[in-house]
Design a protein around this ligand. Structure first.
Ligand SMILES: Nc1ncnc2c1ncn2[C@@H]1O[C@H](COP(=O)(O)OP(=O)(O)OP(=O)(O)O)[C@@H](O)[C@H]1O
Ligand SMILES: [Mg+2]
Length: 291
């Protein structure tokens, strides 16, 4: 593969040039190249649920659509400094971060500018490490009480250079899968990409887990999809299944996470359970790393 490729293709990077330094938090990339499977909904509501439990959370909006920013009530004129400025090296991540209405939940917003990222930096040698470098710098200034426990990266629906940046910057990948007929389609391509990133860019990368979304109890197919995905992916699938719930889909139009919009609805309850499960899985990962 030539070095002047500008797509999300993964080019090995010399070991000694990898950005070093510890990451500022546990960094989870929420990724699936399929559109509309619940990536952004999961970023917003898992982030809110983790923050409600007392974790300090940063959401990085790495999608030019900016849905995570909109869904958290960040209007366009507040996005003076965006993730585009961060990964092109113009601004630091700290400068882009905004507080949200949810205590302990911050966001680095995105704008449409991000769609030009690949064309603009696709030729630079460190193109896959722009986000990792920015996160490493966050570490320098975010020590102490302001430090984050979790960074959640909302990826675009593509395995492009933005998603590769997220995977190269993450400790682990969280994959939302929609409970629909073609749920597993594309999953092997995603897993192959994760494996390539692991080999060439980020040796410690793992799959954190798979979350089944938009489960519809009235639809027999939903139950069949859950069974198939559990059989195929085993314990990587979280116990928590996110139900299809109209309150979840209404909340973003009010610029609110569903936990703020309607704390008692089944969607909010599910995201709280998912947050608890993620914290438990994190403890297990920590024990494994220590042993
Ligand atoms: N549990 C749910 N119940 C009902 N609607 C949902 C649920 N989860 C997501 N949705 C709706 O499904 C649509 C797609 O969700 P979302 O935007 O989170 O997917 P995405 O994977 O981020 O999409 P994209 O690939 O375009 O970034 C949205 O309209 C969202 O409100
Ligand atoms: Mg999205």
């Amino acid at each position: 593969m030539s070095d002047n490729m500008t797509s999300g293709e993964i080019v090995p990077f010399p070991n000694e040039m990898r950005p070093g330094g510890a990451l500022p938090a546990r960094v989870l990339a929420i990724a699936n190249q399929k559109g509309g499977v619940g990536k952004t909904t999961t970023a917003i509501n898992l982030g809110t649920a983790l923050a409600a439990i007392g974790e300090r959370v940063l959401i990085i909006d790495l999608d030019p659509q900016g849905n995570a920013s909109t869904g958290l009530g960040i209007d366009q004129k507040s996005r003076q400094i965006s993730t585009y400025d961060v990964i092109t090296g113009e601004k630091t991540l700290r400068e882009a971060v905004l507080a949200t209405a949810v205590p302990h939940l911050h966001i680095a917003p995105s704008t449409m500018d991000l769609s030009g990222f690949e064309l603009e930096v696709g030729h630079s040698r460190d193109r896959a490490y722009r986000l990792r470098t920015a996160l490493g710098q966050l570490n320098d200034v975010a020590m102490g009480s302001g430090a984050y426990n979790y960074v959640l990266i909302d990826c675009p629906p593509s395995l492009n250079l933005l998603t590769i940046n997220a995977m190269a910057a993450a400790n682990a990948i969280l994959v939302p899968l929609q409970c629909e007929f073609f749920a597993l389609e594309g999953l092997s391509q995603l897993l192959k990409t994760v494996e390539q990133v692991k080999q060439n860019l980020n040796p410690d990368l793992t799959i954190h887990g798979i979350v089944l979304t938009m489960f519809d109890a009235r639809n027999n197919l939903s139950g069949q999809v859950v069974a198939d995905v559990r059989q195929f992916m085993g314990p990587k699938v979280y116990d928590t299944v996110i139900p299809r719930n109209v309150r979840v889909s209404e909340a973003p139009s009010y610029g609110k996470p569903v936990l703020v919009y309607d704390l008692k609805c089944v969607g909010s309850e599910a995201y709280l359970r998912l947050a608890t499960e993620i914290i438990q899985r994190e403890k297990q990962f920590k024990e494994l790393r220590a042993s």
